[in-house]
Design a protein around this ligand. Structure first.
Ligand SMILES: Cc1cc2nc3c(=O)[nH]c(=O)nc-3n(C[C@H](O)[C@H](O)[C@H](O)COP(=O)(O)O)c2cc1C
Length: 404
C-alpha cells in the first residue's frame, strides 16, 4: 500500500511537466538523492525501495530480479571535451546523476551508454511522450561524459556501487574508420578495468538509432554481423573472464540477419543479446513541441527512437528470431521494448527471453515499475515466481556446444 502510493505520487508528479522538463528535473532530483544518502534512506522508508524478487539466471550471471533497468537513464551529463569532463570529476561534480539513487530504488541497472569521446547530444527537442499510447520518442543523441570521465567518476565510488550492475559501451557515432571504432571501444573497456571497476556485465551497444553524427554523415553500420563480432570480441578481450559481455541490437533486421548476428555474437564470446534498442520514427505531429529552444519550427520532421508500447511488436519479433537462432548457441536473449505490465513481460518470456530490460515503464508505471510488473506476472501465472521455463533444454545444449 505504502509502496503503491509513493510510486503513483512520483509518477504523476513527473508526468505533470513536459518530457524535456521532467527529465531535467529528474536528473536534478537524482543528483540530490545521490549526494544526500539520508534523503535516499527516507525515500526508501516512504516505500521507494525494490522488493525482493526471485532471481533470474542469464547464463552464468545471477540477477536479483528478472527485470533490469535498461541503458539510457544513468548515463551522465554531456560535455564538449574530455578535458572538461575530467575537470568536472576533479571538482567533485556529480557527472552521473542517479549512480547511487537509481539502483537503490529500482534494483538492477545498466549504466551508460558511454562512448569513447564525450558527447553533448542533440539540441532540443529531444523527448516526446504519447501518454495514451504509452510510447516515448527520444533523440537524446547519446549525451554522455565519455568513458574516461565516467570510469574515473565511478571508479572513485566503486565501493558504493551495487553488487550486481552493468555498463553499456557504444562506439563513437562520428568515427568513420572501422578499425578506429574497434580500437577505441577496446580501449574504453580497458579504461573500466584500469579505473578499478568490476561491473557484472558490459553491454556493447551496437544500435544507436537516434545519434546524429555531425556534418550529416550516415551512422556507421555497427550491426553488420562481421563488425558486430569484431567490436564485441575487442571488448571481450580487454575484460577479465568473470565480467560477462552482452550486446544490444535494433528491432528492424530480417530473420536471416538475426540468425547471422546470433552466430557472430556467440563467436565473439557474447553471452546474451538484448533485443532491442529503439526504432527510428517521426514523432506524431500532435506531440511535437510548439517551438524548440534551437528555434526549429514545429513542423520540421525530426526522427527519434520510438520506445514503449509502440516498439513492443517489433522487439517481440526480434526476440523470437534471436531465440530461434540461438537455440544451439551459448547465447541467451534478453527482451527489451514495451514491457509495461505482467502480460507483456510474460509474452517476452514465452518468446524465449530469460530476463528483460525496461525503460519507458519507468515513466508510465512509476519508479517501482519492475516490482509492479513482476507482481502482475505472478498473478497472471498463478505462481509464486512468475517464471516461465522456455530454456529448460538449452542449458544441456550449451554444455555440449563450445564455439570459442
Ligand atoms: C531517453 C532514452 C535514452 C536512451 N538511451 C540509451 C542509451 O544510451 N543506450 C542504450 O543502449 N539504450 C538507450 N535507450 C533505449 C532503452 O534502453 C531501451 O532499449 C528502449 O527504450 C526500449 O525499451 P522500453 O520500450 O522499455 O523503453 C534509451 C531510451 C530512452 C527513452
Amino acid at each position: 500500500m505504502k509502496q503503491s502510493i509513493a510510486n503513483q505520487a512520483v509518477r504523476d508528479f513527473f508526468l505533470l511537466f513536459s518530457p524535456g522538463r521532467s527529465h531535467r528535473l529528474l536528473e536534478r532530483s537524482l543528483a540530490h538523492l545521490d549526494d544526500h544518502p539520508k534523503c535516499l534512506g527516507l525515500a526508501n522508508r516512504l516505500g521507494l525501495e525494490p522488493q525482493p524478487e526471485p532471481a533470474a539466471e542469464v547464463g552464468r550471471l545471477n540477477l536479483q530480479s528478472p527485470l533490469v533497468l535498461g541503458a539510457g537513464l544513468v548515463k551522465g551529463l554531456g560535455f564538449a571535451s574530455e578535458a572538461a569532463a575530467l575537470r568536472a570529476v576533479g571538482q567533485r561534480q556529480n557527472i552521473i546523476p542517479g549512480w547511487r539513487a537509481v539502483p537503490a530504488i529500482v534494483g538492477p541497472v545498466e549504466f551508460g551508454s558511454f562512448t569513447p569521446k564525450p558527447r553533448m547530444g542533440n539540441s532540443q527537442p529531444t523527448l516526446w511522450r504519447d501518454r495514451a499510447g504509452k510510447t516515448l520518442y527520444n533523440r537524446v543523441g547519446l549525451r554522455n561524459p565519455g568513458i574516461a570521465a565516467a570510469a574515473n567518476f565511478l571508479g572513485a565510488r566503486a565501493y558504493q556501487l551495487p553488487m550486481v550492475w552493468g555498463i553499456s559501451l557504444a562506439p563513437d557515432p562520428e568515427e568513420t574508420d572501422r578499425q578506429k571504432r574497434q580500437d577505441s571501444l577496446a580501449s574504453a573497456a580497458y579504461t573500466l578495468v584500469d579505473c578499478g571497476l568490476s561491473p557484472s556485465w558490459v553491454t556493447v551497444n551496437l544500435s544507436c538509432p537516434n545519434a546524429e553524427p555531425e556534418g550529416g554523415q550516415r551512422l556507421p553500420d555497427t550491426q553488420s554481423p562481421d563488425e558486430a563480432r569484431q567490436l564485441c570480441q575487442a571488448v571481450r578481450d580487454e575484460l577479465p573472464a568473470e565480467v560477462v559481455v552482452w550486446a544490444k541490437v535494433g528491432p528492424d533486421h530480417s530473420q536471416a540477419t538475426y540468425f547471422e548476428l546470433a552466430h557472430a555474437l556467440a563467436q565473439a564470446g557474447v553471452e546474451a543479446v538484448i533485443a532491442t534498442n529503439t526504432t527510428s520514427r517521426t514523432p506524431p505531429s500532435h506531440l511535437q513541441p510548439p517551438k524548440s529552444s534551437c528555434g526549429k519550427p514545429a513542423t520540421e520532421k525530426l526522427f527519434a527512437g520510438m520506445s514503449g508500447a509502440g516498439l513492443q511488436p517489433y522487439a517481440l519479433r526480434a526476440v523470437k528470431s534471436l531465440a530461434e537462432a540461438s537455440k544451439k548457441l551459448p547465447l541467451e536473449v534478453i527482451g527489451c521494448g514495451g514491457i509495461m505490465d505482467g502480460k507483456t513481460f510474460l509474452d517476452f518470456k514465452a518468446a524465449g527471453a530469460v530476463a528483460v530490460q525496461y525503460w519507458s515503464a519507468l515513466v508510465f508505471r512509476g519508479p517501482l515499475a519492475a516490482d509492479i510488473i513482476a507482481a502482475e506476472a505472478r498473478t497472471l501465472t498463478g505462481t509464486k515466481t512468475g517464471r516461465v521455463d522456455t530454456n529448460m533444454d538449452k542449458a544441456q545444449t550449451k554444455q555440449a556446444t563450445d564455439l570459442r
